[in-house]
Ligand binder design. Structure first.
Ligand code: DCT
Ligand code: MG
Length: 398
């Protein structure tokens, strides 16, 4: 049977032809090509994925499943649905009919069944059940606190806790420093950070970093580099062109922010690159750069286009900021790694490993065939080493 698209309450609905008032003739159907889509790679690094997601109805549904599997630590199921959602995000147009899914990689039977149900009923019962599940709702709430992951969230849930206030007022719960900050600034840091706010934070970091060395460069990475207008934090790479001069940069930055009275939280992680350089090193998704996770106090007046809000109790907002300091010879790898998206990075590594016998991480690219490290000054160099067409940051929203 074949399907035709109609709109109902703003969502696409596929209706079987026999129910349609205007039936296209069978003759016409035969001559119509089945929405020809170019061949789609199974690797996100061979696709161009802008923020213009034409299949949001489906990817939003899949993301609920992914999140739920993350809560139960079901890695296998996560991988499958993440890849499926990522393929859908890369498509140049909405799926018009079930036939459009033919030939697309990474769409398993589960994904196809969910898409089919959304077409037929407007929603997926499997997704709706999760959304109304108390455990899902509670874990979503708990893990929205900075410093609280699925394990901690689950522990609190199993103790019968359901609301943030309950956790906070439970005397037997010892929050760590990160979680305490997460609760203290919850109202602010659970709100998205705008691009204008990210820019204002950039100016502050640039100013304090330049006190350490006038040659520091600062680059906005993460979602904002990919063109997103909002993010959950602001990610920056800090770099000093002279090798070895970066030691002490982040402690100095943190110290200055503290003296200015705008440091609300800091977690400094010293570089562990020496360990990574040992022969026993392994390639993994954790990187070994000097970095810090901060919460800074951003004065509202520093944000371009801000409007006075007389109802607002405060003239500042707490913002989550990550600063990473890669040494110059790792800079291109660090930039590529920290630009994301996380799914794009996963597929870059998987492509390198499976298709090129190479190991890629945030520090280096290693060729297992020739047993050599491949040097790169720019992201373009890395794509070229991998034999991949260059994908611009704004096309990496996989
Ligand atoms: N990343 C990494 N190593 C880490 C953490 C993150 O390589 N230990 C990468 C993956 C994406 C990028 O850095 C930025 O991370 P996030 O801020 O979590 O992602 P984002 O894409 O910037 O999302 P958001 O817009 O919500 O901040
Ligand atoms: Mg980010």
């Amino acid at each position: 049977s074949w399907f035709t698209e109609s709109m109902e309450a703003g969502r696409p609905v596929l209706v079987e032809a026999k129910h349609c008032i205007q039936k296209p003739s069978l003759q016409l159907k035969k001559t119509l090509p089945a929405n020809p889509l170019p061949t789609v790679s199974q690797y996100a690094c061979q696709r161009r994925t802008t923020l213009d997601n034409h299949n949001k109805v489906f990817t939003d549904a899949l993301e609920v499943l992914i999140e739920n599997y993350e809560f139960s630590d079901n890695k296998g199921a996560c991988v499958g649905f993440r890849r499926a959602a990522s393929v859908l995000k890369s498509l140049p147009k909405p799926l018009r009919c079930l036939k459009d899914m033919e030939g697309l990689p990474c769409l398993g039977d589960d994904t196809k069944a969910i898409i089919e149900e959304i077409y037929e009923c407007g929603s997926s019962s499997r997704v709706e059940n999760i959304l109304s599940d108390e455990k899902y709702q509670t874990l979503k709430l708990f893990t929205s606190v900075f410093g609280v992951g699925p394990k901690t969230g689950d522990k609190w849930y199993r103790r019968g806790l359901r609301a943030l206030e309950q956790v906070h007022s439970e005397p037997s719960i010892q929050l760590n420093k990160m979680q305490a900050a997460g609760f203290l600034y919850y109202e602010d840091i659970s709100k998205p950070v705008s691009r204008a706010e990210a820019k204002a934070v950039g100016c502050i970091i640039e100013e304090v970093a330049s006190c350490f060395s006038s040659s520091v460069t600062i680059t906005l990475t993460g979602g904002f580099r990919r063109g997103k207008e909002f993010g959950h934090d602001v990610d920056f790479l800090l770099s000093i062109p002279e090798p070895g001069k970066e030691d002490g940069l982040l402690p100095a930055v943190i110290d200055r922010l503290r003296k200015q009275g705008i440091l609300l939280y800091s977690d400094l992680q010293e570089s562990t690159l020496q360990q990574w350089k040992r022969p026993s090193r392994c390639f993994d998704s954790m990187d070994h750069f000097q970095k810090c996770f901060l919460i800074v106090k951003l004065w509202t007046r520093l944000v371009e286009g801000h409007r006075e809000d007389p109802s607002s109790r405060r003239d500042w907002k707490a913002v989550r900021v990550d600063l990473v300091v890669p040494p110059v010879d790792c800079y291109a790898f660090a930039l590529l790694g920290w630009s994301g998206s996380t799914q794009f990075e996963r597929d870059l590594r998987r492509f390198a490993r499976l298709e090129r016998r190479m190991l890629l991480d945030n520090h280096a690219l290693y060729d297992k065939t020739t047993n050599t490290f491949l040097q790169a000054k720019t992201e373009e160099d890395i794509f070229a080493h991998l034999g991949l067409d260059y994908i611009e940051p704004w096309q990496r929203n996989a």
